[in-house]
Write a protein that binds this ligand. Structure first.
Ligand SMILES: [Zn+2]
Length: 220
């Protein structure tokens, strides 16, 4: 009797764990979008990493939509550009809602957003909607502003991310790993109460470690 019961239990387990069931679950999971956030200070190679990921996806024959905020025109109005000279063409966008239209028009598999911290608060809702539609999304941006405070919607995006790639730069002052972006105006550290957004030339900012970063007052 014990042997019969054991056999029935064993057959039930085999039925529940049959490969077709597992494949179906894996297929369902593949239809859910994934969010990757690449973050760090200036000169950490965030755009370079984004360009690398985009090129890999293009080699894999994926449809990749690349967007950037129109406000970020430091090197080109239509390119994502890294500090070492690599570029990739991007759609300049002002309103985050326009990204939904571009994603639908392109029928993209992967959406990449460079300098995502420049977008207004509705970027979070836009990203979540497109993730629900099964689009893989990779964003890059500054996690801290020049005051070393969390930048725009980056804290929310970091919390929602499935994967976070946090990069560091090299401190201009001491050569250690740098997590901060030091803003300099006429060679002097900017004041805490200065405007947050100043997209400017490279000489306006330096990568700094926690010890070498300076701001006239703390925000926390
Ligand atoms: Zn340092």
């Amino acid at each position: 009797m014990k042997q019969i019961l054991f056999s029935l239990l064993f057959i039930s387990c085999i039925t529940l764990c049959k490969p077709a069931h597992r494949v179906q679950i894996m297929h369902e999971k593949c239809d859910i979008g994934q969010l990757t956030v690449i973050c760090g200070p200036m000169f950490a190679g965030k755009s370079e990493e984004l360009i690398r990921v985009i090129r890999r996806a293009q080699y894999a024959q994926k449809i990749v939509l690349v967007v950037k905020h129109e406000f970020d025109d430091r090197t080109s109005a239509t390119d994502v550009a890294s500090h070492n000279g690599n570029t990739i063409t991007a759609h300049p966008v002002t309103d985050a809602e326009d990204i939904i239209r571009l994603a639908h028009e392109s029928d993209c598999d992967i959406l990449c957003i460079d300098e995502v911290q420049f977008f207004s608060d509705n970027i979070v809702a836009v990203i979540c909607k497109l993730l629900d539609e099964g689009i893989e999304i990779i964003v890059s941006g500054l996690d801290q502003d020049f005051r070393a405070m969390p930048f725009g919607q980056m804290p929310t995006l970091l919390a929602l991310a499935d994967e976070v790639i946090k990069l560091t730069a090299i401190c201009t002052a001491c050569g250690q790993q740098a997590q901060k972006s030091q803003r300099l105006i006429n060679g002097e550290p900017a004041k805490f109460d200065d405007p947050i957004l100043l997209v400017g030339a490279q000489e306006s900012y330096q990568a700094r470690c926690r010890n070498c970063f300076y701001i006239d007052k703390k925000g926390y």
